[in-house]
Design a protein around this ligand. Structure first.
Ligand SMILES: Nc1nc2c(ncn2[C@@H]2O[C@H](COP(=O)(O)OP(=O)(O)OP(=O)(O)O)[C@@H](O)[C@H]2O)c(=O)[nH]1
Ligand SMILES: [Mg+2]
Length: 315
């Protein structure tokens, strides 16, 4: 089953566009100011300004330089480019970067039952909310869902997940605060099998990559999952808070060294001017972006589409 089936969902583009509006307005507005009339030939000083606009939009220094380098190559060859042409080239470059990262993995779901999905990331990025939204999305797609409250660290975490389970009609497995997350996972995997669930979505405690024992805890959970269900965890989603911008990227690099990540979920894309981070992730991490969070409600998680993202950015 393709995980991109929701692109056809009514209002998909409209919702993505709305979430990206602040980022888009910021980039567009600044580009308009730099370019002046779209048809006059572009100068080197304008190219430098454009570079800074992209960096300011959290596309990342490395990625912004790479995008503009392609434009410069073109100007060297053809000498004179209009502002409109440059805009189009930047847009195309962004499209190529996003598309390339998506091709790292064909994006088909495991057919193993239960499919096991881990949700990991640093504190407060939106993991539990993402688990709730994923439960909703999978339910909508006709799957039976079990969620596992493996964040036993924060006292209210299981309670928060239980509310999401109730809201989405998913089953939940939880234990008391302070329980071993691997033990909760073990229970949840047994329950998922016994109740013939299609998918088990596992919420984990927030952790910093610098805390070795916490990173080892996830590795232990990965081993438990693999022992109990073939190929598990089938997905490990790393949640990034879009509002943290470049900081998130640094956290990701460290995280990915220890834990095998299969996909990125960009949460809190709504309302941030730092939406460009999506482009930096795509180019610098080379891990496919699977979903974006565009609000706090159950339906506010949409599958990522490179094409739709570029269209919505509308440069
Ligand atoms: N606007 C917006 N808010 C979001 C989104 N995703 C999560 N949030 C909010 O971000 C806050 C933190 O979300 P949680 O899901 O609790 O984050 P967490 O990573 O589980 O946090 P810890 O378990 O404490 O590490 C909550 O207030 C959520 O409602 C999103 O896509 N958009
Ligand atoms: Mg949480």
């Amino acid at each position: 089953m393709s995980i991109f089936s929701y692109q056809e969902q009514p209002g998909y583009f409209k919702r993505l566009k709305e979430a990206l509006k602040v980022t888009k307005d910021e980039i567009s507005h600044q580009m308009d100011q730099v370019m002046g009339t779209a048809d006059s030939p572009i100068t080197e000083s304008q190219l430098e300004d454009l570079e800074n606009i992209l960096i300011g939009a959290d596309i990342g220094v490395e990625t912004s330089l790479a995008i503009l380098e392609r434009v410069r190559e073109e100007t060297r060859g053809r000498k004179v480019l209009s502002g409109a042409q440059v805009r189009r080239m930047i847009r195309d470059q962004i499209g190529v970067i996003l598309q390339a990262s998506q091709e790292v993995d064909p994006g088909t779901r495991s057919t193993t039952r239960p499919r096991v999905v881990f949700v990991v990331g640093v504190n407060g990025v939106g993991k539990t909310t993402t688990v709730g939204k994923l439960a909703h999305l999978f339910k909508q797609e006709g799957e039976e869902v079990l969620v596992c409250a493996a964040d036993t660290f924060r006292a209210a975490a299981a309670e928060q997940l239980a509310i999401w389970a109730e809201r989405t009609g998913a089953d939940i497995v939880q234990q008391g605060a302070g329980a071993d997350p691997s033990a909760v996972l073990f229970d949840a995997m047994a329950a998922a099998r016994a109740r013939k669930k299609d998918v088990l979505v596992v919420d984990t405690a927030g952790r910093l990559h610098t805390k070795t024992h916490l990173m080892e805890e996830v590795q232990k959970m990965q081993r438990i999952a693999a022992r109990e269900v073939e190929g598990a965890p089938h997905e490990v989603y790393w949640v990034l808070d879009a509002t943290t911008g470049q900081n998130g990227l640094n956290q990701a690099r460290e995280f990915f060294k220890t834990i095998g990540i299969t996909g990125v979920v960009v949460a809190k894309l709504d309302g941030t001017a730092k939406g460009g981070i999506v482009i930096a992730i795509a180019r610098e991490l080379k891990i496919p972006i699977r979903y974006v969070g565009i609000g706090e409600q159950a339906e506010d998680l949409i599958p990522f589409s490179a094409e739709a993202f570029v269209d919505s950015l509308d440069l």
